[in-house]
Design a protein around this ligand. Sequence first.
Ligand code: ADP
Ligand code: MG
Length: 332
Amino acid sequence: MKYEYYEPVIGLEIHLQLSTQSKAFCSDDASFGGEPNTHVSAISLGHPGTLPRLNKRQVEYAVRLGLALGSRINLRNCFDRKNYFYTDLPKGYQITQDRLPVCVGGSMELQMDGYRRTVRIHHIHMEEDAGKSIHDLSPRHSMIDLNRAGVPLLEIVSEPDLRSGEEVDAFMTAMRQLARYLGISDGNMQEGSMRCDVNVSVRKKGETLLGERCEIKNVNSMRFARQAIEFEVKRQVDLLENGEEIVRSTLNFNPATGETSPMRDKESAHDYRYFPDPDLPPVVFTQQWVDEVADSLPELPQTIFNRFVNKFELPEYDTRLLTQERETAAFF
Ligand code: ADP
Ligand code: MG
């Protein structure tokens, strides 16, 4: 079987919606749902002349996650504009961090069946979500709901350290668990609080260079992530075995067919023209404040897990169940 000679290489860009009360740059309600277009103001609607004002809680949440993952915290970080035109993006740009993200580096340990995997974090940056376009409510119109526009997100970018769908599943599960322990996000994939772009390449086993990759956009369930990876790995190996090349591309995953397909060129051929957002001064905080955030962190899931295994000599499976949620672990 030709597939056995190849190894999948996977890197994730995870989007995590933060459970702040208000939005990233204004006081509009950031909670999920609500009557369409009720959690909006002139700022969410991108009216000319309005100015963003940074939500401090969002920054604190970013630092909490960075500290928990062992990232370096940039005491000075800044916001940039990512420009693109889309109906659910009224300003015509998304506020994000391109040059100086809030957290750099760090890692996450995964306990797999019989081995450990360390996944390095490239960086974590803060950004705002876009609104939602709904294409299946009306046969003739696309509907726009801007309640989500401006909700704070963290984007967690991993190094390409994952090697299978199981590892991707474990990584996302661990990230969701950590976010819940830290109280920064419910990580609910059904509601879109956690979603990811999955970058997939393949290479011959033993090869150290990376192969060309494809990026599957906006995967919103673990099962879809696994299916998309399985399909994509097979597709890429087939191409290479036929002497063809992998062309770097942006793909959609179709849950109905279990297949990936190229996004329309218009959507993938982006030139974002990033530039510093002149409306937002750099975010500057002191080491003392970072230390205070560090002191406020709860005991982390991995630490509790190890403590339970060592202290109570519980089997790993039971311990995993007991530590899945912070409340259960605390009760135990
Ligand atoms: P961009 O999407 O802006 O080009 P990067 O090149 O930094 O950004 O990569 C984004 C994601 O793609 C990261 O999660 C990274 O781990 C992953 N990635 C990069 N190269 C590969 C590769 N050859 N195979 C699989 N994943 C990759
Ligand atoms: Mg990308």
